[in-house]
Design a protein around this ligand. Structure first.
Ligand code: FAD
Length: 435
């Protein structure tokens, strides 16, 4: 008998779940309120420019996402792979060596510019400390406390740990969970050399996986209803019926709520019996991410494709032209809350342009085009002791997927994909028990 599953949300979590189910012969119907696939990682088209709603980076440790990319026949060429590289112009330069672990880091540290011996020993001390603790830290500890306990120097905090923490956890070190940061370090810099590689998409984020996943579904009887908001989930005999813009009488045996956390509670409440879970999700806190895009003309090329910025407000700049994008298009990223929150949009754009000139040590052309993308609830804040829900709900056959679901990792594409795969496995187990 053919099983039918509805998935609400065509972000990376929902699509991962759909691909897994479809590969096992399950009939999947996906709903998304938007016409653009990818949710919080999607293409934006403005004034003839194609950019993402925020610059994303992946790392080699994102094994589930890379497996699904292979499974849906995405060419490996769409990801630019680079050794872990931290470059702050004129101040600091670290590049992991092309050697097996742990030599890749050891040689990288030895040859790093801008670090003295006290800095190098501090980095080694932190990694050794975590290894001694088997990467298990008290749940209430912050990253700041971890850095203090392991005697980190001003340089290692400013040039290594702070940028890595805010990039990975989207939470400032003062409030970030030391345990989740330790998990990321364990599976990246402290694992094999490939795990710490940085992977930058050379295509837009809708094309990277969502469009390929949708093609995969289309060849396996999957249905995709974009531009369709699901308003309620009604439990009925034999499953669930969905109340949406284009009403369908179809009864789905199982339903996956794969929305962002802030859209999940109303859907859960509509199904009944989920009040506690809805409240738990509503208690989650968020951090923003702002990406300011500038086009500065084809002649502008940064000394490295991805650079650390240390003076604020921007923390990283990416030269999209060096990742197969428009020449002269720069993406400047500010993760998490900070003093920039009080700046007006135009003021922020001018401040970042000036920051770029200062840190690059040269005048830059005035931008031809500027776009600021402010995602106010980009991800949940990865604070110590955070309680993330798991994939189960109190209603049998109703599941949750998304980057906010309980995971050793912060709210990232990898967490989103892993939750989707976990739901698919659980839904398949339920089907095999019932039929
Ligand atoms: C600016 C920015 C930068 C980021 N940088 C990184 C990074 O560098 N690396 C990284 O790994 N992660 C990064 N992230 C996080 C990453 O984008 C998210 O973890 C991931 O996209 C979440 O996917 P998801 O499927 O869980 O949810 P979403 O992407 O939010 O997908 C949910 C989908 O549900 C749909 N939906 C909601 N309600 C309904 C409804 N009622 N009916 C129908 N459809 C509905 C939405 O339209 C959406 O498409 C970043 C996020 C942002 C915003």
């Amino acid at each position: 008998m053919i099983q039918s599953v509805a998935i609400i949300g065509a972000g990376y979590a929902g699509l991962a779940c759909a691909v897994e189910l479809a590969s096992k012969g399950v009939q999947v119907t996906m709903f998304d309120r938007s016409h653009v696939l990818g949710g919080r990682s999607r293409l934006l088209t403005k004034d003839g420019h194609r950019v993402d709603n925020g610059q994303h980076i992946l790392i080699g440790a994102y094994t589930e996402l890379t497996r699904l990319l292979r499974h849906t026949r995405v060419s490996p060429k769409v990801l630019e792979r680079m050794p872990l590289t931290l470059i702050s112009p004129g101040r600091f330069r670290f590049r992991a060596a092309g050697l097996p672990a742990p030599l890749h880091l050891a040689v990288g540290l030895l040859t790093a510019q801008g670090l003295d011996w006290a800095d190098r020993l501090a980095v080694i001390r932190l990694i050794r400390f975590l290894k001694r603790k088997r990467f298990q830290l008290p749940p209430e500890h912050t990253v700041q406390l971890l850095l203090h306990e392991t005697g980190q120097t001003g340089h290692t905090v400013a040039w290594i740990w702070e940028p890595l923490c805010v990039a990975a956890l989207n939470t400032p070190i003062a409030y970030a969970s030391a345990q989740i940061f330790a998990n990321v370090l364990r599976d990246s810099v402290a694992a094999h050399a490939g795990a710490s590689e940085v992977l930058i998409p050379r295509v837009d984020l809708s094309e990277l996986f969502p469009v390929q996943a949708a093609r995969y579904l289309a060849t396996r009887r999957g249905k995709l209803r974009t531009g369709t908001t699901v308003k309620a989930i009604e439990p009925v005999e034999g499953g669930f019926r969905l109340d949406c813009d284009h009403p369908t009488r179809q009864v789905f045996e199982q339903v996956v709520v794969a929305t962002a956390p802030y859209h999940a509670p109303s859907l859960l409440r509509s199904a009944g019996g989920c009040e506690r879970l809805a409240k738990q999700i509503e208690a989650l806190e968020y951090e923003p991410i702002t990406t300011v895009y500038f086009t500065l003309g084809e002649q502008v090329r940064l000394p490295a494709p991805m650079m650390l910025l240390s003076d604020g407000p921007a923390q990283w700049v990416f030269d999209r032209g060096q990742f197969g994008g428009e020449a002269g298009l720069l993406a400047c990223v500010i993760s998490a809350h900070g003093p920039h929150d009080s700046l007006e949009r135009e003021e922020l754009e001018i401040t970042i342009h000036q920051q770029l000139e200062r840190e690059l040590g040269r005048r830059l052309p005035a931008p031809d085009w500027v776009l600021s993308v402010v995602e106010r609830r980009a991800t949940i804040a990865c604070r110590p002791g955070i309680v993330r829900p798991d994939i189960h709900t109190p209603v049998p056959g109703l599941w949750l997927a998304g980057d906010y679901i309980d995971s050793p990792y912060p709210a990232t594409l990898e967490s989103a994909v892993r939750s989707g795969v976990a739901v698919a496995e659980a839904a398949l187990r339920r089907m095999s028990r019932r039929h």
